[in-house]
Design a binder for this molecule. Structure first.
Ligand SMILES: Nc1ncnc2c1ncn2[C@@H]1O[C@H](COP(=O)(O)OP(=O)(O)OP(=O)(O)O)[C@@H](O)[C@H]1O
Ligand SMILES: [Mg+2]
Length: 362
């Protein structure tokens, strides 16, 4: 177990800066997921923690001890790589036992350790096999077993299940979570899959272009995205983002989305905006459609995506298209007349220039 602290980490490859002033504390026993697009610096950050990569500046401490100048072998951190990285000429048993070769313990103890880890991962029957005779899921189970066998202080995983099919990924996700809880290890997990991040993390770290955008519990990141990047990266389908102008005062204000005639919302929803140019962010589940004429904005459906459990319906609002999450079968096709309202409690506003969230202070 370990508490890992990153302080002002910078990393350059030549003249290209890949990590920009990264500071983060990972608590002992915590499961932290680094989430971001390809190339944003996730692997580099993980490798820096493990000691597989040097940092250009900044410090890394593990339980208060500075480790940034220590070799990987002296940090007691295990790493599961993005690609399957088993030794093909060794059996599963030998692969898992490999990190123990330097440990001064008896052969019998080593065999017992490997058996225990294999049992825990449900792969005992695979011990005599070679990696070429394993499925993708089993290969990653073996890779995880090899990482766990030394009982490391922290376990770092770099997209460990990214190469597996959807069903197996779901199953492995549950296994990794169970494993984390059982071992109570500090875990840092990298992925570009927001569903994986939401389902596994105690806290999600959203990264973009080498910069930490937001650190928070999955719900916090989903419900209160700190900026436009996070808003559009977390959640599927993505949050609707639209240009908006606010008019009026009194109890109601008018929210003109995409130069439309607008939506009436309580003034309290928008009173913190102070007239500065803003963008509206609204998730598809907060765009409410009705077939009955009412308070809402009259428009037509422009596209329907039936997804089984629900439909995603596009509607035109001024010169913007908003996507709404509806019960399946709600709309039968394009060009149907509907009335749109927005749930003001779930409306987000962002500074049009900086993209930072404009949150209500009260
Ligand atoms: N050894 C290296 N030398 C030069 N540039 C590198 C090196 N390793 C990574 N980079 C660059 O640093 C940036 C971040 O790479 P990194 O592998 O950390 O991204 P990532 O977030 O893990 O991406 P992915 O999701 O594709 O794995 C990329 O632009 C990459 O090209
Ligand atoms: Mg990577």
């Amino acid at each position: 177990m370990a508490r890992i602290e990153l302080n002002n980490i910078e990393k350059f490859f030549g003249s290209v800066q890949v990590l920009k002033n990264v500071s983060l504390t990972i608590e002992d026993g915590e499961f932290v997921v680094m989430l971001g697009q390809s190339g944003c610096g996730k692997t580099t950050m993980l490798r820096a923690i493990a000691g597989l990569e040097t940092v250009s500046s900044g410090t890394i401490t593990i339980d208060g001890r500075e480790v940034q100048d220590l070799k990987a072998a002296d940090r007691d951190i295990a790493f599961v790589f993005q690609s399957f990285s088993l030794y093909p000429h060794m059996t599963v048993e030998e692969n898992i036992a490999f990190p123990l070769r330097a440990v001064r313990s008896s052969k019998a103890d080593r065999v017992a350790e490997v058996k225990e880890v294999a049992k825990f991962l449900g792969i005992e029957r695979l011990l005599p096999r070679r990696p070429s005779a394993l499925s993708g899921g089993d290969m990653q189970r073996v890779a995880i077993g090899r990482a766990l066998v030394r009982r490391p202080q922290a376990l770092l995983m770099d997209e460990p299940i990214g190469a597996l099919d959807a069903k197996l990924r779901e199953q492995m996700r549950a296994e990794i979570k169970r494993l984390h809880i059982a071992r109570n290890s500090t875990s840092v997990y990298v992925t570009h899959d927001q569903v994986e991040a939401m389902s596994l993390a105690d806290r999600i770290v959203v990264m973009h272009d080498g910069v930490l955008q937001q650190v928070g519990a999955p719900n916090e990141v989903y419900l209160h995205p700190a900026n436009l990047f996070v808003a559009q990266f977390v959640g599927s389908p993505v949050m609707n983002i639209a240009d908006v102008a606010v008019e009026g005062s009194g109890t109601d204000a008018l929210l003109r989305v995409g130069r439309s005639e607008g939506f009436r919302v309580p003034t309290a929803t928008v009173s913190h905006l102070n007239g500065s140019p803003a963008k509206l962010g609204i998730r598809p589940e907060a765009v409410l459609l009705s077939r009955e004429p009412g308070e809402g904005f009259e428009t037509e459906t422009t596209n329907v995506e039936p997804l089984g459990s629900h439909d995603i319906v596009d509607v035109r609002v001024g010169d913007e298209t908003l996507r709404a999450r509806c019960d399946s079968g709600f709309a039968r096709g394009d060009g149907e007349k509907v009335w749109v309202t927005l749930d003001p409690a779930r409306a987000h506003f962002f500074d049009a220039q900086t993209g930072q969230s404009l949150r209500r202070t009260a």
